[in-house]
Design a protein around this ligand. Sequence first.
Ligand SMILES: [Ca+2]
Ligand SMILES: [Ca+2]
Length: 302
Amino acid sequence: MAAPENNPFGVSPCRRAFARCALAACLLLCVAVGCRRAEPSPPAALQAPKEIVTPSGIVMVVIPAGEFFMGDDAAEADEKPAHKVRLSAFCMDKCEVTQAAYEKLMGRNPSKFQGSERPVEQVSWHAAMRYCNMRSLQEGLKPCYDPETLQCDFSADGYRLPTEAEWEYACRAGTKTRYSLSSDAAKLPEYAWFKGNSANTTHRVGQKAPNAWGLHDMHGNVAEWCNDFYGESYHAESSSQDPRGPASGEERVLRGGSWRSTEESCRSSVRDSQPPGLADVCFGYEAYGFRCVKKAPQKAPE
Ligand SMILES: [Ca+2]
Ligand SMILES: [Ca+2]
């Protein structure tokens, strides 16, 4: 006979067993759901950026694989349509290539605004390409560019210019706003050197706030050469996985705006372009620089 204190509500042992089972099942479910809730990794933009230091001492950020909407339907014609693009992981220089880094490898510093830690400028697309190859050779990596045909070997483990898609993906760092930290142009001075605050010159790299992935000066300072030929429209026929732009063209893409750009011209999705060979100051090359990318390490750094 069950003691009253063990069975205060007169529930049958069978029902009690059922209730215990149900309770246990509930607890298990709660634990499972709790675990699942605790486990998912945060959105890529919230992850702490992982960095590597190259043999020559240049800091690169390991940009995670992912997808994003490239372009802006509310902006200029050549930024439309916004379209989904998926990208493999890659490493990108945390800062624009400095004059010191360029001169060390190339033996000359073409910049108008001299300063070893300022970005190199007055570099043509071709000069940027040659620096990429030299940096690869110096580290025993396979150069990406054929200096004759200018073709980029994306399978090589050396340095190259970012594709336009890689550049915008890295700039946005998970954001959909007009700039990588906000849509508010009034906040641009916190993370960019542009017409409104540059005093008409470049500035030492890395002084302004970085984006969520730790990249500095994606907006402003110097506009950055990308690997792609410029095409008026995004290519409907091109792959949504690691797109590489048109096969040929007259001009190469420049991104991010520079020290002399308006707020509007520093937006994440703004597309600009210039002929790759010209290096005439009159054409504004003192506003053009670059940064390099390379394949992501096989094993992500801790
Ligand atoms: Ca820049
Ligand atoms: Ca444009």
